[in-house]
Design a protein around this ligand. Structure first.
Ligand code: F6R
Length: 352
């Protein structure tokens, strides 16, 4: 049952700390500085990685590709339905299908294409015994537990955590900061849920003409995911952009009735530039909702702040996403939408 929550989605958002603990349990050796994934006899050591996925899982794939890039392994994410047009994998490349259900037709078909091209394949999935787990050479389970809400919530968080484990295992350990950040992630997610004011902020923008989400780096896929979640469960128009792209066209849509939800974490170049983009929308009188760890001066230009604790950039993206999940959920709840079963959508899409 829903254990007292109004919707399965809210229950599943709240289950994230537990789901993340399950994902990490027994897999991180902090003393040794290594990650152990039992499903893999031996972590594949690819020369390059291609991710294929759809929807929310594609956003996880974009995030995963950045982790591998950062570890010095060339990586790209492709929409599974477009994979046939991509350049073939070269050398000892690994093609990774990210799919929580393990049954998405587009993703299965891209993985079969990859096999046909001679690549090794790996499935990152939630469902033991799913088609993807049977068809791929390797599998990593995200261990999120069953998800009833059609809109993915806890499975996305667990995909991001599992991608961290996978990248750390592939890079052969030694990243103590990354491991420490993962250890702290479940309790940080709990703290964000406990303190979130997203419900109050959401209530102020129920009549918005549209919602824009912006972020850079690891926060770019989070911006895409924030917009997708809002579209799915509120039926309102929302778009996610790389923060730098706003001025290349979408800025024409920005008005005082289009809130801009900007994610800026850390105190580096990416956050500084995102703050620059936020100044542009503020000058057009758009309401700004900042999701931030307080390390940049974005708050000065924001009408509302949805805070997250200061942490590693990789886990900051997961925490920022929790605020966006709650923003979407509470907007949809106020609008009286069918949150667990949005119109026209199914939990797993088995046609191409
Ligand atoms: C959005 C959502 C979908 C799925 C997509 C792929 O909330 O759930 O976008 O992410 O249909 O599904 P899986 O991960 O099962 O391959």
């Amino acid at each position: 049952g829903k254990s007292g929550y109004d919707h399965y989605m809210l229950k599943e958002i709240h289950e994230q700390p537990r789901a993340l603990r399950k994902c990490l349990r027994g897999r991180v050796d902090e003393l040794g500085g290594t990650v152990e994934l039992d499903e893999l006899d031996e972590p594949p050591r690819p020369t390059a990685v291609q991710f294929v996925a759809c929807g929310t899982s594609y956003h996880a794939a974009l995030y995963g590709a950045q982790l591998f890039q950062d570890a010095g392994i060339p990586a790209q994410a492709f929409l599974a339905s477009e994979y046939v047009t991509s350049p073939p994998p070269t050398g000892d490349a690994l093609v990774v299908g990210v799919t929580q259900s393990g049954e998405t037709a587009d993703t299965l078909s891209a993985l079969r294409e990859a096999k046909g091209r001679g690549a090794r394949t790996l499935a990152l999935t939630n469902v033991v015994g799913s088609t993807v787990s049977r068809e791929c050479d390797h599998v990593i389970y995200i261990r999120a537990g069953p998800e009833i809400g059609v809109a993915a919530s806890k499975t996305f968080a667990s995909q991001l955590a599992a991608l961290n484990l996978f990248a750390l295992a592939t890079a052969n350990g030694g990243d103590r900061d990354g491991l420490g950040a993962l250890r702290d992630l479940p309790s940080e997610v709990q703290a964000v849920i406990d303190d979130s004011t997203a419900a109050d902020v959401a209530a102020e923008y129920l009549d918005a003409d549209g919602y824009f989400f912006i972020g850079r780096g690891l926060n770019y896929p989070v911006a895409l995911e924030g917009a997708l979640k809002l579209k799915e469960i509120t039926y309102r128009h929302a778009e996610g952009f790389a923060a730098g792209e706003l001025k290349h066209g979408p800025l024409a849509l920005v008005t005082e009735n289009t809130p801009v939800i900007a994610i800026a974490t850390g105190d580096g170049e990416l956050a500084r530039k995102t703050v620059g983009n936020v100044k542009e929308v503020e000058a057009r009188n758009a309401p700004v909702i900042a999701v931030t760890d307080g390390q940049s001066d974005i708050e000065r230009y924001a009408d509302h702040v949805l805070p997250i604790p200061e942490t590693h950039p990789r886990t900051a993206a997961v925490l920022a996403n929790v605020q966006l999940q709650l923003f979407a959920y509470h907007t949809a709840a106020r609008l009286g939408r069918s949150i667990d079963k949005p119109r026209n959508l199914a939990k797993s899409v088995t046609v191409e």
